[in-house]
Design a protein around this ligand. Structure first.
Ligand code: NAG
Ligand code: NAG
Ligand code: NAG
Ligand code: NAG
Ligand code: NAG
Ligand code: NAG
Ligand code: NAG
Length: 878
């Protein structure tokens, strides 16, 4: 029975594939050139495309025959196509083909077959290729770049935007004492807005935006029909793009996939026109199977370039029909690039395709060598979607030309001689095209049902282990910095600074780690609230999973570093317990939780402006201490509003040094190179680009916190219109437009902030967010500016009181009208506010706390004491 079904399916496949060419493709190229280099006759390739020989071609220079030789390959691999690979043009000196074409974007495809052509053994060939003054290849060896010894031919695809009155000049330049060669050249025009969408269209770059300029050249590295089979060039939408199956790039998972369903009709839209990708791309997809917690792929790419990733999505699964059914997160190289991805939300329904672009930067290894780029899709459970799952239908990855207008990268290391199989490094692999997936056909229904059950069980599994909702009182992500220097003697800890607790004490403090005492959870383990000193002192007890990778040595090293940090505005590590294989950290307990839960999305009453400002000053002092007071600069790396905790007197304390790194020791080094860590919405873009960590990365994140405090909104709200999603960018944009005061400030603060205080505060926050770290202020300057803002606020309040007294006294004082420009004039009827706070009903029902005054007074007394401030007066060590 099954056998018949299979046969029938294959017949159907053959039938459909042989009949499809009769329907015209959705796009017809305006420029289409196929040049079979080294050939004197016209010929047809295996896809029935007709190639012109380049002998006496109008595209070649008149002296072509003296500058080059037309030659035949001396042997042929069975998997290599005759056209265009069996002939080559070999260049002894610089040689330029000139193609007159229309304005607009074009694909340029170069075909190489490393072989021996007469006396020219291409193992000895090194050359450069440029197009319109862009370097495509430099010191390039086709032999070393060949995908596999058994199938050495390959194609490289570039995308260039040809401007008015331009042509395509394609130049081959052999290295000294070497030669260049090419087997075939293809030029195909591309619809105007398909890849270059205009210089002012934003593309996501982590949580920032990137503008892909028209004068960039792109190189396509991967084009995949995710979860499907190979799509031949003649089945593309008119640009002859081949789409390959993604199996070779899947990393570590046994993933589900949706089979190609013939009854699915893809409804293209003006936003996603039919030529975006063929229907077959959108009718197959990969989703998560029962055992996986994410979808992951690994792609070898050249380091030191920006990459454009185009994700193709289309919901075709029966069960997924509504918004919030499937919501996921996209991360590239462990860095979140998008959250709250909901395809139905984007498209408005099922069977409607859409593609989204993201840019990432892959840091250079010093020679543009190969690196694995890791792409991950995770369920995003924050909005409690119906299914914990992720989806991808198609993927394109392009490398972007760099500032020196080059795409050139190092040659890969030579292939080992004994290596004889398929390397699978490059998608151009003829063998793969033949492979079919009979399994795909079997019971799409069964598959889908299993998947849903799986998804639901996964959902319950996830909600049981991680709970990112409530407050994270204490470091939730304990990751060792591991470059920490211990002073001489290994793990001997300063017992005067950091107490060694007994396991029994920990057990009695938490009622034997009773779940009722849990106040926070994370991948590292649980955080408990407990009482020590016979119930006299409340503490936060973090119990690390012994199964986590955290070694005991790193654990002790970390304690050694943290226990030496003592400051009013840092959460103190009180002690630890390492008995019986346990790894437990004991911190002071912070009664009022995180700063964030007093700003938005919580039931707490809102903090008044002066108290918010006081908290910012405190946190800034804590960071300043980290940066300057220890022997080595300590960079926090994860400054955010959930890592600023508030004690029972509302004193702000910086917490979570889990990601901290010890900074440079001085001298010429002003940064440390690290793998980028940090939180979405707070990450310093310069740090991400250059992978170089400085204390100014903390300053940037702190600038985001300052706006969070002022605007009472999260740093990222994915559902807002593009320009408002990222708070830092939105604030900068509003400032440029001069609308900052009117549009984004928390309406509940409207009557509280003195305009001159607001100006100073905004100026400080914007300086923290400057693009270049060197232009950002040091934390000491930030502390100073914020304290100044506080003085301005207090002066204004005092003046207001005086004015009121004057009025009461019947005198008309000229002070009744403020002499400074009135910055604040936004109102609750401003539309921006409505959008910003829609969805958080708390915003409407905000009320002011009454009992704050005494608390803030006591803490501000402490803050203003010279003891705290004196740190700033001693800038040594910076
Ligand atoms: C090859 O085809 C081109 C048009 O595509 C034509 O101009 C040329 O004469 C043909 N050459 C030969 C040798 O047939
Ligand atoms: C061929 O002509 C080009 C200019 O048209 C020149 O730069 C090049 O040196 C010439 N090559 C030979 C081998 O004569
Ligand atoms: C080409 O050169 C390589 C390395 O020098 C050598 O192993 C190979 O045999 C040569 N091929 C031919 C056909 O001479
Ligand atoms: C390439 O650069 C040269 C000199 O810089 C210039 O004359 C030429 O017009 C450029 N060509 C293109 C296609 O931009
Ligand atoms: C789902 O999980 C079960 C049990 O763990 C396993 O036997 C089965 O092969 C899995 N199915 C898929 C599609 O991974
Ligand atoms: C991403 O995380 C994985 C697992 O934690 C790690 O092995 C890998 O090196 C990380 N990659 C990058 C680029 O940070
Ligand atoms: C050219 O590439 C080869 C092979 O990767 C390398 O050994 C050589 O050093 C490179 N030459 C230059 C000038 O970069």
């Amino acid at each position: 029975m099954l056998y018949f079904a299979l046969c029938f399916f294959f017949l159907l496949q053959i039938f459909t594939t042989t009949t499809t060419p009769t329907t015209p493709p959705p796009y017809r190229a305006t420029d289409f050139i196929l040049l079979n280099c080294g050939s004197s006759t016209n010929s047809t390739d295996s896809s029935h495309r007709s190639w012109d020989g380049d002998e006496r071609s109008k595209y070649a220079p008149p002296n072509a025959s003296t500058a080059s030789s037309a030659l035949q390959a001396s042997s042929q691999h069975s998997s290599v196509n005759t056209v265009p690979y069996m002939t080559a043009r070999v260049f002894h000196s610089q040689f330029t083909y000139t193609f007159p074409v229309l304005t607009g974007p074009k694909f340029i495809r170069l075909y190489f077959y490393p072989n021996t052509y007469s006396n020219y053994n291409t193992t000895q060939s090194f050359f450069s290729v440029s197009v319109n003054n862009f370097t495509l290849l430099n010191n390039f060896s086709a032999y070393l770049n060949s995908p596999s010894p058994s199938n050495p031919s390959f194609m490289k695809e570039y995308l260039i935007n040809v401007e008015e009155n331009q042509r395509i000049d394609l130049t081959f330049s052999p290295n000294q004492n070497s030669f260049a060669f090419i087997n075939g050249i293809e030029i195909v025009s591309v619809p105007d807005k398909l890849y270059f969408m205009g210089n002012d269209v934003q593309i996501k770059f982590i949580d920032q935006s990137y503008y892909l300029q028209d004068d960039t050249v792109l190189e396509n590295l991967y084009r995949l029909n995710v979860g499907g089979t190979n799509i031949e060039i003649q089945d593309d939408s008119g640009m002859f793009r081949a789409w390959y199956q993604d199996d070779d790039y899947i990393f570590g998972g046994d993933y589900g996939f949706n089979p190609h369903a013939d009854d699915v009709r893809i409804h293209y839209t003006p936003q996603t026109p039919p030529y975006s990708a063929p229907e077959k791309v959108y009718t197959t997809s990969r989703t998560m199977a029962n055992t996986s917690i994410s979808l992951e792929w690994l792609f070898p790419v050249d380091s030191g370039f920006y990459y454009l990733h185009r994700f193709h999505f289309c919901e075709i699964q029966l069960e997924i029909t509504k918004i919030n059914h499937r919501v996921f997160e996209i991360s590239i190289d462990n860095q979140t690039v998008d959250v709250g991805v909901d395809v139905i939300y984007w498209t408005g329904g099922t069977e409607i395709p859409i593609y989204k672009d993201y840019i990432t930067w892959v840091p250079d290894d010093g020679r543009h060598g190969k690196k694995d780029l890791r792409l991950s899709l995770f369920p995003d459970l924050r909005t409690h979607p119906l299914y914990a799952n992720a989806l991808l239908n198609g993927l394109e990855i392009f490398k972007l030309s760099d500032q020196s207008r080059s795409l050139a990268a190092a040659n890969p290391e030579p292939l080992p001689v004994e290596f004889d199989g398929e390397s699978g490094l490059q998608p151009e692999n003829e063998k793969k095209k033949k492979s079919r997936k009979p399994l795909v056909i079997i019971g799409s229904v069964i598959g889908v049902i299993a998947l849903i059950i799986a998804a639901m069980s996964f959902l319950s599994f996830r909600s049981g282990t991680t709970n990112p909702t409530k407050s994270s009182w204490i470091p939730l992500s304990y990751v060792s910095g591991s470059t920490t220097r211990t002073s001489g003697s290994g793990s001997s800890l300063p017992s005067n600074l950091c107490k060694h607790f007994l396991l029994d004490e920990m057990k009695s403090a938490t009622n034997n780690f009773n779940d009722n005492f849990v106040i926070g959870k994370g991948g590292f383990g649980n955080v408990y609230k407990g009482y020590i000193d016979n119930g006299a002192t409340a503490v936060a007890i973090k119990r690390l999973n012994t199964s986590s990778n955290q070694g005991v040595h790193e654990f002790l090293t970390e304690i050694n570093m943290l226990s030496k940090l003592r400051h009013l505005h840092l959460v103190s590590l009180l002690g630890y317990c390492d008995e019986n294989g346990e790894m437990i950290l004991v911190y002071e307990y912070m009664a009022h939780g995180t700063l964030r839960e007093h700003l938005y999305n919580s039931e707490n009453s809102l903090l008044p402006w002066k108290q918010r400002l006081q908290i910012c000053i405190g946190a800034a002092k804590g960071l300043h201490y980290l940066h300057t007071s220890a022997k080595h600069t300590i960079i926090h790396r994860d400054v955010k509003s959930t890592n600023i905790l508030l004690d029972e007197k509302w004193v702000a304390k910086v917490s979570d040094f889990g990601l901290s790194r010890v900074g440079p020791t001085g001298g010429l080094h002003t940064h440390v190179s690290t793998v980028v860590k940090g939180s979405f919405g707070y990450l310093d873009p310069e740090y991400y680009r250059r992978q170089q960590l400085t204390d100014k990365s903390d300053v940037y994140s702190f600038g985001v916190v300052l706006f969070e405090v002022l605007c009472a909104r999260p740093p990222i709200i994915p559902s807002l219109p593009k320009e408002k999603v990222n708070l830092a960018e939105w604030a900068k944009l509003c400032f440029k437009k001069g609308t900052l005061e009117q549009t984004i400030i928390d309406p509940s603060l409207k009557d509280e902030i003195a305009p001159e205080c607001l100006s100073k505060y905004i100026e400080t926050a914007l300086m923290c967010l400057r693009d270049r770290g060197t232009e950002r202020p040091a934390m000491s300057d930030v502390v100073w500016s914020l304290e100044f803002a506080m003085q301005l606020q207090e002066a204004a309040e005092k003046r207001d009181v005086d004015v009121a007294m004057d009025i009461v006294g019947g005198g008309f004082s000229p002070l009744a009208k403020p002499s400074f420009p009135l910055l604040w004039n936004g109102g609750p009827n401003s539309t921006d506010h409505e959008e910003m706070f829609s969805g958080s009903s708390e915003a409407a029902s905000r009320s002011k706390s009454s009992g704050f005054l005494s608390a803030s007074a006591s803490s501000s007394q402490k803050m203003n004491s010279g003891e705290v401030f004196s740190e700033i007066l001693n800038p040594a060590g910076r």
